[in-house]
Design a protein around this ligand. Sequence first.
Ligand code: A2P
Length: 269
Amino acid sequence: AEATLRLSNGGAIPVLGLGVWQAADGPETERAVEWALEIGYRLIDTAQAYRNEASVGRAIRSSGIPREDIFLTTKFYPGNKDPRAEAEKSLERLGTDYLDMYLIHWPQSGPTWAWPGMEASVEAGLTKGIGISNFSAAEVQELLKTSQIQPAVNQIQFSPFEYRAALVAACEDAGIVAQAYSPLGTGRHLGDPVVARIAAATDHTPAQVLIRWAVQKGLSVIPKSTHRERIEENFAVFDFELDAEAVSALDALDTTGQTDEALGQKWWS
Ligand code: A2P
C-alpha cells in the first residue's frame, strides 16, 4: 500500500503526489495525470488558477481507477469571493462530485475572511477536507483563533534551499500536515553540486534526493513534471534513505534562515 500521512479530518493523504502547476490545459496535463496514475500516484494536485482542472478530471475518469482510490486537491482562487460557489464550479470542471482537499491558494486580503466559505464547502459535502497554502506561521495562528474546522493541510514552497523549519514545526504543533510544492525549486536546484554529490553517493538522481529529503522531513510532496520518465523517476523514492550526514548537508543549503521573511513569501500581494 502507498505511504500516507494522517489528516486531522480523519482522512489520509498520500506522501507523494503529482503537481500540475504550469502544465498546459489539454493533452499535456491529461497525459501527465494518466501516466502518473498508471505509475501508481494516487494524489493529484491542481488549482482553479492553473486552468487545467478539466484535463485533470478527464484523465482521472479515463484511468478507470475508482474515484475513491484517488486523492484530489484543488485550490480556491482568492481573487474570487465565494469559496463554496467556486468549489461547485471546480467540481463541474473536474467532472467529479467531491474533492478530497480544497485549499485557499494564498492568504490574499488576509488569512481568515475566506474560511467560513471553506467550512461551508465541507458542510455541503463538496469536499472532505479543507486547508491553506502559502500561509506563514503567524497567518496559521490567526486562522486557528476563528476556525470551526481546523485546516488539515498547509501547502508551502519547500526544499533544502527554502527550508522553513519553524513554519513546518508550527504546522506540526497545530496538527496540520505540511505539503511541499516546488521541491525541486521548479527545477533550479537540480544542478546543485551538493545535491549531485549525494545523488551519486546514493545511486539516485538529484530529483530523487530532493524529493526524498522532503519526505524524510515528514511532508507530503508534489513534484511537477509532464514527462513520463521523470514522473516515474520522481515516484521512485521509497527504496533508499538519506543518512544523517546527507540530511545535514542538505539542511545547510538553506537560504532563508529557516524563516518565512527571506522567501519573498507575499508574491501575490
Ligand atoms: P518538466 O515538467 O518539463 O518535466 P518543481 O516540482 O520543483 O516545481 O519542479 C518542476 C520543474 O522541474 C519542471 O520544470 C519539470 O520539468 C522539472 N522536473 C521535474 N522532475 C524532473 C526530473 N526528475 N528531472 C529533471 N527535471 C525535472
